[in-house]
Design a protein around this ligand. Structure first.
Ligand SMILES: *[C@@H]1O[C@H](CO)[C@@H](O)[C@H](O)[C@H]1NC(C)=O
Ligand SMILES: *[C@@H]1O[C@H](CO)[C@@H](O)[C@H](O)[C@H]1NC(C)=O
Ligand SMILES: *[C@@H]1O[C@H](CO)[C@@H](O)[C@H](O)[C@H]1NC(C)=O
Ligand SMILES: *[C@@H]1O[C@H](CO)[C@@H](O)[C@H](O)[C@H]1NC(C)=O
Length: 193
């Protein structure tokens, strides 16, 4: 018992400074661009056992897209963003997140990146909900993640398939019909005067 009491603070200390989990409460904003934990261990160069999966090939302004981290192995840390396909510019925002997951604000954005709140093991198949920008969305985006498996191993630059902006369809169609309706109302009012 005495031994445990004596060694545990030391153990905690080691755990705290352990590289890959040096952010037990999530990635800080200064990692927004590199998406790499700030420490001495580099990312694993083996194939990532984690993939970032989406079912859509296109998105519309304001659309919600479900993003899944898939693997047969749990993970402890996550950093996830939607990026313009060919740059580190972030797009959209996140909401309705699972337990022990939070959003952070990268750059001048709001809730535009997702990270863990604790280093508990995350259940397999967690789903993260992304909301596309309501206007001026990039032509093409890709979801990019860094996944921390345990205190020594993490993978960066894990990318989903790409998502193309689709400007046709429901959202703008609805806007059109609302303004058409307004015009009709105005005409009716004018005619009845
Ligand atoms: C990283 O390495 C430097 C120099 O070797 C050392 O001073 C520092 O404490 C290390 N940081 C971590 C988080 O291990
Ligand atoms: C998930 O994504 C990976 C790589 O992008 C792909 O190889 C795999 O087939 C996808 N899995 C599912 C179930 O869609
Ligand atoms: C990124 O892609 C867009 C269009 O998809 C293109 O206009 C732009 O030049 C590209 N930028 C870079 C840095 O490749
Ligand atoms: C971390 O995961 C790797 C790969 O699965 C494994 O070899 C290693 O033992 C694990 N380390 C710890 C500290 O859990």
């Amino acid at each position: 018992m005495e031994l445990v009491t004596k060694t545990s603070p030391c153990f905690l200390m080691l755990y705290w400074v352990t590289p890959a989990l040096s952010y037990p409460t999530g990635a800080p904003v200064n990692a927004c661009v590199s998406m790499t934990p700030n420490h001495n261990t580099s990312a694993s160069d083996t194939d990532s056992p984690y993939t970032v999966n989406i079912t859509e090939a296109a998105y519309k302004h304001g659309q919600m897209i479900k993003v899944k981290i898939m693997s047969s192995e749990p993970y402890r840390g996550i950093f996830l963003q939607a990026r313009h396909y060919n740059s580190s510019t972030i797009a959209g925002s996140w909401k309705d997140l699972p337990a022990n997951i939070q959003t952070i604000n990268c750059g001048s954005g709001t809730s535009n990146a997702v990270t863990h709140t604790s280093r508990t093991e995350k259940p397999l198949g967690l789903v993260y909900t992304w909301i596309a920008p309501s206007s001026n969305g990039p032509e093409k985006i890709v979801f990019q993640a860094t996944v921390v498996k345990n205190k020594t191993i993490f993978w960066t630059n894990i990318r989903s398939s790409e998502l193309q902006l689709d400007t046709s369809g429901a959202a703008s169609g609805l806007k059109m019909s609302v303004s058409t309706l307004m015009l009709l109302l105005v005409l009716v009012v004018i005619n009845s005067v």
